[in-house]
Design a protein around this ligand. Structure first.
Ligand code: BES
Ligand code: MN
Ligand code: ZN
Length: 458
């Protein structure tokens, strides 16, 4: 095995034990540098010749928080000098599940988006911690990093064509099939809302439909909002709100990341991924506020604001997904600013009428350190979607509870699926956190991978 530098994880509780494992000089160095095991505190200890002897990393006071500290380890790769390292006391600090997460955190924390800018600084490397499932860690990291990459790539290089190409690549890798309904064919095949939202772009709107696995297995369908850029349409966004809208395909990016995990782990499900891939642009043929659209489901939809485009493309995709009565129907979307007002960027709300599923997701979110918060499909607000001239208005009158009413609108397109759950994600880390570099972010998919693996294990 490659010689490597030990990393000691120190808490207020174990600090004395950790220090006593070091040579006298090392203990003196740590004290002189005021190492107190504060959360995120790093102390690099030299030997007599000035090389690195050991590193200490603080996890804080174990009594102060009930949350696992395993993801703190994800701060290390960007802090440590290049070289080989190993976790020296992880078995004493964490249980097996947490050691898995602390290893995954290292890989998630090593992510850099370097497509347009060479990084000269090589990342430090971790010797594999004993007993941690390497395949599982790597497939989870790969799925999450795929989602991050797709979000980070600007809209100029990640339009509907490119999103289709990525999906095709994933399908080829795992032996899935992909069918694409594009441009005018969307009207022939009855996806009027996907067509309406995407038709003003020079890059043709389309619906991607990927299918994988044994037809006899339970049907799990993932639907992801693939708005490759959201100008707002004729209800154009102000510059500051438009700036980040390359990430409006974050739902699609995340369902592709989740699909890659499910397929790599060969979970015994019949998986389907539906991605309406469009650009919400402005041109003479753009859909307008006040228009009434037909929908795949057959209900008419009055357009209140062309910037509420996500729920329209999802409505058609959900209504198609619903036809085959899947066992589990999941959609993910960067759907509303209101979700951020309610819970901020790091805690996506999710919605479902299936209480058992809600419980599974909530506990997986905690166990996987993939924060999620259950919000209600509040029936009382459904009436706010009524329209004088169509079956439904796609935004609510009043403007309150925007994330809930968006979820209620989506519910109008689902009815046959055994369970349905909707995630209103942000898909972006506005600032770096341990294991979560700034930029495009995977949300909810590690929790969902855990739920799906548990539900459908053979
Ligand atoms: N993609 C946006 C939502 C969004 C904005 C997500 C900022 C994350 C960050 C979506 O298409 C949108 O514009 N929603 C509108 C809906 C409104 C017009 C009813 C919103 O939330 O303001
Ligand atoms: Mn919008
Ligand atoms: Zn949008």
């Amino acid at each position: 095995m490659q010689s490597s530098t030990p990393i000691y994880f120190a808490t207020s509780q174990n600090l004395d034990d950790v220090l006593s494992a070091l040579p006298k000089e090392g203990q003196a160095w740590a004290k002189a540098n005021r190492f107190e095991a504060k959360k995120g505190q790093l102390c690099i200890i030299p030997n007599a010749s000035g090389a690195i002897e050991a590193t200490l990393f603080g996890l804080g006071d174990e009594n102060k928080s009930k949350d696992s500290t395993a993801f703190e380890a994800g701060a290390l790769p960007i802090k440590l000098p290049h070289g080989h390292y190993h976790y020296a006391n992880d078995e004493k600090v964490w249980n097996d599940d947490e050691r898995h997460l602390a290893t995954l955190a290292w890989y998630l924390g090593s992510y850099r988006f370097d497509r347009y800018k060479e990084n000269s600084q090589p990342m430090p490397e971790l010797n594999w911690p004993e007993g941690v499932d390497k395949d599982l860690v790597l497939l989870q990291a790969k799925g999450s990093n795929l989602a991050r990459d797709l979000i980070n790539i600007p809209a100029s290089d990640m339009g509907p064509d490119e999103l289709e190409a990525v999906t095709r690549g994933l399908a080829d890798t795992h032996g899935a099939s992909l069918s694409v309904t594009k441009g005018e064919a969307l009207l022939e095949e009855n996806f009027p809302m996907i067509h309406a939202v995407g038709r003003a772009s020079t890059r043709e709107p389309r619906l991607l439909d990927m299918v994988w696995g044994d037809e006899a297995h339970p049907k799990v369908t993932l639907v992801g909002k693939g708005v490759c850029f959201d100008t707002g349409g004729l209800d154009i966004k102000p510059g500051s709100s438009m700036l980040l809208m390359k990430k409006d395909m974050g739902g699609a990016a995340n369902v592709l990341g989740l699909a890659s995990m499910i397929m790599a782990a060969k979970v015994p499900v019949r998986l389907r991924v539906l991605i309406p891939a469009v650009e919400n642009s402005i041109a003479g043929n753009a859909f307008r506020p006040g228009d009434v659209l037909q929908s795949h489901k057959g209900i008419t939809v009055e357009i209140g604001n062309t910037d509420a485009e996500g729920r329209l493309v999802l409505g058609d995709a959900l209504s198609l997904a619903d036809l085959e009565k899947p066992d589990l129907l999941i959609d993910m979307a960067t759907l509303t600013g209101a979700a951020r007002v309610a819970l901020g960027p790091d805690l996506p709300p999710f919605y479902s009428d299936d209480d058992e599923l809600v419980g599974e997701i909530a506990s997986a979110a905690k166990a996987q350190i993939d924060p999620l918060w259950h919000m209600p499909l509040w029936d009382g607000y459904d009436a706010n979607l009524s329209s004088d001239i169509a079956d439904v208005n796609h935004i609510s009158s009043g403007g309150f509870a925007g994330s809930i009413t968006a979820a209620l609108f989506l519910r109008r397109f689902v009815g046959e699926a055994k369970s349905w759950v909707h995630f209103d994600i942000y898909g972006w880390a506005p600032k770096a956190m341990p294991a979560r570099p700034k930029g495009g972010e995977a949300q909810a998919i590690r929790a969902l991978f855990s739920v799906i693996s548990q539900r459908y294990k053979d």
